[in-house]
Write a protein that binds this ligand. Structure first.
Ligand code: ATP
Length: 199
């Protein structure tokens, strides 16, 4: 059986996790890189030591990853962010390979927010991009997490521009309707297409 790894990506508030949930509900395995990365920084002692060496003892508080401290350290320091990524991402990559080994589905989906930014599209056979208008994304994140539109705009400004991602993706979901069943319909359509083209 030839495995197919299908990336799911999209900027903040685009709806990629919602798309992943729909795909999971159809019985396909979906690996959530961002959630696993959050777990790995706490589980893996070797990673913990490397992060403390890079950012100092405050990176962990009573053995628990201090997310806001780390975010502050790297927010305006690309060199540190890159070094942090170089510690975390190989571990996530290995964890994904272990996940793949445990699956018996031909199709395995992998959700990663900054898939293109990290060059991880190279590890995928195909990529689904979820995108939506900037105003809509800001609105959705404000409703979901709180925070100001300026804070969300700052995060958007640091991610790869949507038009660049659209050009290099195999499937693009324009998630601009506040309608989950419409989104599910689009996901169904793409899944059918993927299945039909890989028999
Ligand atoms: P992040 O990168 O911030 O984790 P995300 O791309 O994973 O964001 P989601 O969490 O899936 O985005 O969606 C953001 C919010 O918008 C969620 O509260 C979700 O329920 C809502 N949402 C997404 N798509 C739709 C839709 N089609 N209709 C209504 N609400 C939606």
């Amino acid at each position: 059986m030839q495995r197919k790894i299908i990336g799911i990506t999209g900027g903040i508030g685009s709806g990629k996790t919602t798309v992943s949930q729909i795909i999971t509900s159809k019985g396909f395995p979906v690996y959530n890189s961002d959630n696993r990365a959050k777990e790995i920084v706490n589980e893996n002692q070797d990673i913990q030591q490397k992060i403390i060496y890079l950012l100092g003892e405050k990176a962990y508080e009573n053995g628990v990853y201090n997310r806001s401290f780390v975010a502050n350290c790297v927010f305006n320091n690309n060199e540190l962010l890159q070094k942090l990524n170089e510690i975390i991402h190989p571990a996530v990559r290995q964890d994904f390979l272990d996940f793949v080994d445990r699956q018996n589905s031909q199709f395995i989906f992998k959700e990663t927010a900054i898939l293109f930014e990290l060059g991880l599209d190279k590890d995928c056979d195909e990529v689904i991009l979820v995108t939506a208008n900037t105003e809509m994304r800001i609105e959705r994140v404000m409703v979901r997490d709180g925070g100001t539109s300026q804070e969300i705009e700052q995060i958007i400004a640091k991610q790869m521009p949507e038009n660049e991602k659209i050009q290099i993706s195999d499937y693009v979901i324009y998630n601009n309707q506040n309608d989950f069943s419409e989104l599910e319909h689009t996901v169904d359509f793409i899944l059918k297409f993927i299945l039909q083209n890989n028999v």
